[in-house]
Design a protein around this ligand. Structure first.
Ligand SMILES: *Cc1c(COP(=O)(O)O)cnc(C)c1O
Length: 371
């Protein structure tokens, strides 16, 4: 079986360095909020091109705490509206609901799967305060267009960069477009820890300071609590693992791009629709290919056929957020573009350790698929 994602192999490559870093942390006697976190935060901020990176416990918390920080800073209040793509992974929407803010779902561009900037202005009201674009599957949303709208209406922008570490438009990276950005380092993400972890990037000093307090019981100084914070810290041991893996991120992305090129050039089955890169040149959009998502009217048949041919695939995602039980109140709403996507998408294997020979084989098998 060609696995969809071989996490064991991905981390095995760095085994010696990871062990060495673990031992360094064990022997330091300091496990939370020390040098390893400082180092990783500095290096990750430098990688994204931002002034700050603030480590937190996971990607969901990165989004939840940023919105919460804006509430604490008086920029948002209960009931304010946040524009978010209707086809995102549900975490982006949970972060809004968790803060007593109102998610306003907007349909994606059917070509790129990302928030459609031409549909944003129609839903802006006097309660709209934030746009939350999601850089889905490794491709930046149309950030130049989205930032123009945000500036025109004075809106905050929170990027969900959980799937797009290092993706860029014209060289400007994910995490450095909006007012702030949430990242996840869940093990399967392009930059993955050996457990849960996340971070927020921003250039805003006031926001960075509030986030540093919020993640640590609302405390800047031991036993002084400014706000009712939470415990959402990025452990020293995970920070040390991430700092090693960050050094190899661009190399790993280069391998993902090579795989994507082989799929894009090789798959020519009329029953399969290939992913679309925004803009006319790859120089413009630097896609990091977290997922390689094809579309087909015959999704279940294709998935079964690939399984029979020992190729594991996954669906990102089978049920749109508005049809989830968690949002029963939206179940009768209709978002046709999202619904079509959720019933036609299929993710082919792609990773930093997937063998090129296996990719060629997957192309051949895909091209032989027929009804
Ligand atoms: C993974 C992911 C998250 C949440 O990250 P966790 O670290 O799992 O909490 C948020 N948004 C998107 C788009 C994601 O893919």
């Amino acid at each position: 079986m060609i696995p969809f994602l071989d996490l064991k192999n991905i981390n095995q490559k760095y085994r010696e360095q990871l062990i060495e870093a673990c031992m360094r942390v064990i022997d330091s006697g300091w496990y939370i909020g020390g040098n390893e976190l400082d180092q990783f935060e500095q290096n990750f901020a430098a990688y994204c091109g931002t002034r700050y990176a603030i480590g937190v416990a996971n990607g969901l918390d990165a989004l939840v705490l940023t919105l919460r920080a804006w509430k604490e800073l008086g920029k948002l209040k209960d009931g304010d509206e946040v524009i978010v793509p209707s086809n995102t992974y549900i975490a982006s929407i949970f972060a809004i609901s968790a803060n007593q803010l109102k998610p306003v779902l907007v349909e994606p561009d059917p070509n790129t799967f990302n928030l459609d900037p031409t549909k944003i202005e129609a839903v802006i009201t006097d309660k709209t305060k934030v746009i939350l674009p999601v850089h889905l599957y490794g491709q930046l949303a149309a950030m130049p267009e989205i930032m123009i709208i945000a500036e025109k209406y004075g809106l905050l922008v929170l990027e969900d960069s959980a799937q797009s570490h290092g993706a860029a438009i014209n060289g400007k990276k994910a995490g450095n477009w909006g007012s702030a950005s949430g990242f996840s380092f869940y093990p399967g993400k392009n930059l993955g820890a050996l457990g849960d972890a996340g971070a927020i990037t921003t250039n805003d000093t006031e926001l960075a300071n509030m986030l540093k307090a919020l993640r640590n019981y609302g405390s800047h100084e031991k036993y002084k609590n400014l706000v009712q914070g939470v415990n959402s810290r990025l452990d020293e041991i995970q920070a040390a693992m991430l700092d090693i893996k960050l050094k190899f991120l661009d190399q790993e992305v280069a391998h993902r791009r090579q795989i994507a090129q082989i799929y894009l050039r090789g798959i020519n089955n009329p029953l399969i629709q290939l992913p679309v890169i925004q803009g006319d040149a790859t120089e413009y959009q630097q896609h990091v290919w977290h997922l390689f998502v094809i579309r087909t009217q015959h999704r279940d048949a294709l998935q079964q056929y690939l399984t029979e041919n020992n190729i594991q695939t996954l669906i990102h995602y089978p049920i749109p957020p508005h049809q989830q039980q968690a949002y029963r109140e939206w179940n009768d709403l209709s978002f046709p573009i999202s619904e079509t996507m959720h019933s036609t998408v299929l993710s082919l294997p792609i990773s930093s350790v997937l063998d090129i020979k296996d990719v060629q084989h997957i192309v051949d098998v895909c091209n032989k698929f027929s009804l």
